[in-house]
Structure formats: C-alpha cells, structure tokens
Unconditional design. Sequence first.
Length: 462
Amino acid sequence: MLSAPTRANQSFEGEYVEFTQRLRRLWRHRAFRRLTLVRLFSQTGDGTVQIGMASYLLFSPQSATSAWAVAGVLALTMLPYSLVGPFVSLALDRFPRQRISLLVDTVRAICSVVLAMMIANHLTGAGSQVALMLLLLVMLSLNRFSLAGLSAGLAYTVDDDEYLDASSIMPMIGPVGMIIGGGSGGAIRLFAADPLGIDGANALIFGVGALFFCLSVATLWRIPRAGLGPDTPDHHGSAREVVAGLVDGFRHLMAHRPAWLAMATEVVVRLGYGLLMAFVIVIYRHHFFPNADQLNLAIFGIGIWFLVSGVGFALSGVISVPIANHLGVRYCIIAMLVVMGVSQAVVGTVFWAPALVANGFIIGLAGQSLKVQVDTVVQAHIADSHRGRVFTIYDVVYNVATVLGAVIGALLLAPDGVNPALTIGAGVFYLLAALAFTIGSHSLGNATFNKGTRAVSPVEVP
C-alpha cells in the first residue's frame, strides 16, 4: 500500500501533467498565445504601477498608513471605472476589442511616463498633486476596461469546449504578471530609495511600468483587428441607446440564473479579500512593526504576504480544473467557499506573521480557483452579443465589493488591526455564503454549471 506522502506526490504529479496537457492544447491556438502575452505584459505593468502608487500614497514620509488610507487607495484604483464602466461597456460589443486594448495600453504607457517625470522632478505640490491623482485615475480606470475587453474576447481564441481550460489559465496569468510587476516595483522601492531618494525610486517604478505597457502594445499589434470580436460591431448609438444596452445586458444576466448565482459568490470573495488587505497592511505597520524606523520592515513583510497570496492565485490554474472535473463546477464553488471560511476563521485569526502568510496563500488559492469557475459559468451561459456588457458589470461589482470590504475593515478594525471577532466573522461569512449557494443552486442541477467544460457531473445529491 502506498504511503500518504507517496499518494500526495503522485496526485500532485498527476495534476501537473494534466495542467501541462491543458496548456499545450490551448497553446496550439495562435490567438490564445498572443492574448496570454498581452495579459501578462499588461498586468505586469499594472502590478508595477500599483506598487508605485502604494509606495507614493501609503509609504512616503508624508503619508499615514491606516485602514482608511488603504480603503482610499483601493477606491482610487477601482471605483472610477466602476462609475463609468457600465456606460462604456457597450463599446466592447460595438468596436473591435483589439483596438480598444491597443488604445488603452498606449494611453497607460504615456500616463506612466508623465507620472515618472513629475515625481522625479519633485512636482508634488498642491497643483501637481491634483494632476498626479488625475493621471492615476485615468491609468487605473482604463486597466479595468481593458481587462473586461480581454475577458470578453477570450472565447474567440479557443474552441467551445475549452472555456474551463482557458478560464483556468488566463486568471493564472494575471497573478503571475502582478507578482512580477509587484516584485519589481517592491525591489526598486526597497533597494533604490537610498541611492535615488524616495521620489527617484517611485519615478523609476512608474518608468518600468511604462516599459511593460509598451510590450503589451507591441503584442496587440500582432492580433488581427477582429481577432477578439465582436462578430458584428455596430458603430452607431446614442447615449440613450447606451443606457438601453446596459439595461439589456443586466436583464440578460438576470435571465441566466447560473451566471448571476456564480457572480454572487465572487462578490462574497471580494468583500472578504478587501477586508483582508486592509487588515494585513494595518497589522504589519502598526502591530508587528509600529516604529518609524521599521517602515522598510513593514513594507517587506507586507510584500511577502502579497507575494505568497499571489502565488496562491497563480497556482489556482493548476488545481482548479482537476478539482472541477472531479467534483463538477457547482461543488467546486461550494468547496472553495468552505476552505476559505475555515482558513479565515482558524488560521487567519492567529495574529502571527507566518500564520497570516499561510492564510493569505490559502485564501488566494481557493478564492482564485472559485473565480475560475465563476468566469467559466459566465462565459458559457452569456451570449456573445451581451458578453462585453455582462463582463463589465461583473468587473464593476468585483471592484465595488473589494472597496466595500476595505471600508468595512476601516470601520471595524482596531488601530493596530487586531480584532479577533472580525476575522472570525469573515470566516463565518464565507461558510454562510457556501450554504446559501448550495441551497440556491440545487434546483438547477450540477450539469447546468458544467456547461462549457469537460467535467462529468457527480451523482445529484441535496
């Protein structure tokens, strides 16, 4: 009989082999290869500039690190597009998505260069501060728009029965890019601040971000104009038609119960992760490393937490499909919510840095594995004529939930971040969401959620 470690090693090797087979199968599509590189370069640039923004707004000598400051940075990152996104989402279904992504990353590269020049020249006074914030708003808002377009165009790069495979690989690419970009930006901030000064280091971070955006633009030029859809772009439409299109997209979503039920679980995940990010930043800065001369230690510790959590995000691409193929998509969603709930309530309530890092990994792994399933359900159940609008609505809800989670943290966290009742409550929230989804999705059946995958539905049970 095989020992437990041997069985675990064989299981891991089997999952790795299956992952490489899935990647090889998808990699035969030239369009998928190029879309993957675009996503990698774009999100690496995004990760780099987000570190530059956090370094400038949270960890400069003139700034204060608090849960409200974290919520403010997340709001600056996510909410502007959430306000205008639904009104521009119709463009994703009317104009070539390749051209939209091309324009977006070109503008972001220009914004990054301008930000780098302003910060390098110490143009951080009151008037310049407004210009800096506006540039950050434009750059970060455009990122969400581009990602919505790339998600909507994913179906054009693979076969109809490969949605789950593609949905597992693509969200893995994003975290890998964020790890590379975030790691690059963090290393520059830690090691270049002394020789270049804090402003010089922050400027260099934005300059590196611009380089990655340029690589994305160069790759996008190799994708045909119509390579990401839509099939029949409509170049006409008034403001009233845009609003009508948004309403139509929402109605289309609500008419497909599997899609909106799955999206509701992702809202729960993002509420919890927004709270968790605020908690981690505050507890590292004000509980583990509270002194003024410990700022670099706090930055390093926070960076390690986000790095390990990002590794969890990335590894979801390896485990999510085998689990979904074994359990079915519906049961996989339930299982991931249960794992997150137990981890948050047990491991995440131990206020010790290694325990928090371990919880960050588990939450990242399970949370992104759940998102893979949600993306698959939405891809499979939403018609292409509405997919751009629905993915933009999805993105808006995702962003608002993340910021709302951080705001809840700002309201309830202690000044040093220590609040056992809140961290346990977050775990219970995940478990209640698992129960609600189990009940709400039961009448639909497991096979309904497996559409667009090769998963075999398990025997139906209550």
